[in-house]
Ligand binder design. Structure first.
Ligand SMILES: Nc1nc2c(ncn2[C@@H]2O[C@H](COP(=O)(O)OP(=O)(O)OP(=O)(O)O)[C@@H](O)[C@H]2O)c(=O)[nH]1
Ligand SMILES: [Mg+2]
Length: 220
């Protein structure tokens, strides 16, 4: 094996999450960056972003900068700046909210307009969030599949709440942009949910206090 095959390759990717307010962009970002979930809704004003480093096969280290855009920025003056230089655009909707799906096309058309760099192939992904709320689903899965097919997009079904498929999605997107094949095991590894066991410790009795008798001998 030559030295260059051993060398670590470093890559940077900019991923941007867009979509209607309350679809769960911040929650997906928080799940991925901190493995946490907040029930309470706090509207994102403008943009938030974080970086995460992941390892891909072939000694490739990728720094992902994930940009979480507030839902109210559509039609505003800043969206083109937020999208500038994106390698991937994740179009997020909430499966329990039909209008969040309907409005995605406006988001998509806007992203196409602002990311029209002919020298760059931007990766678009359709992300259905809140899959833990399947019983409240308002967007038929066929509609999701049809839209993704129509636009030749990769599509994902995730839950920021349970964490389902969140890590796998980011891993797969990074690998596909960089054209690095992933094995099934690598994908499943990310997919695995690790449950912590509750450990019951045995009661440990405190040591007996020392006996009152003195063990010191005095020689007179
Ligand atoms: N059940 C469930 N609730 C979720 C999920 N993701 C987000 N939520 C909830 O949906 C609400 C909105 O989530 P946010 O992540 O703040 O939505 P957002 O897309 O960032 O909204 P804006 O910042 O306004 O654009 C919050 O109350 C979250 O707790 C999910 O996967 N399942
Ligand atoms: Mg937000």
């Amino acid at each position: 094996m030559s030295d260059s095959e051993d060398e670590v390759k470093s890559k940077n990717l900019k991923l941007v999450l867009i979509g209607d307010g309350s679809s769960g962009k911040t929650s997906i970002s928080t799940r991925y960056s901190q493995d946490q979930f907040e029930r309470q809704y706090n509207q994102t004003l403008g943009i938030d972003f974080f970086m995460k480093r992941i390892n891909l096969p072939n000694h490739t280290q990728v720094t992902l900068s994930v940009h979480d855009i507030g839902g109210q920025t559509l039609g505003g003056p800043m969206l083109d700046k937020y999208l500038y230089g994106a390698d991937a655009v994740l179009l997020v909707y909430d499966i329990t909210n039909y209008s969040s799906f309907e409005n995605l096309d406006d988001w998509y058309q806007t992203a196409l307009k602002f990311c029209n760099n002919p020298s760059k192939n931007i990766f678009y992904a359709l992300v259905a969030n809140k899959c833990d709320l399947e019983h409240l689903r308002a967007v038929k899965h066929e509609k999701h599949v049809r839209y993704a097919k129509e636009k030749s997009m990769q599509s994902f079904l995730v839950s920021a709440k349970s964490g389902e498929s969140v890590n796998t999605m980011f891993l797969q997107i990074a690998a596909q942009i960089l054209n690095i094949p992933l094995s099934r095991i690598q994908v499943e590894d990310e997919h695995r949910v690790i449950k912590a066991e509750i450990v019951k410790f045995k009661e440990v009795k405190p040591p007996k206090p020392p006996s009152k008798k003195s063990s010191i001998c005095s020689i007179q």
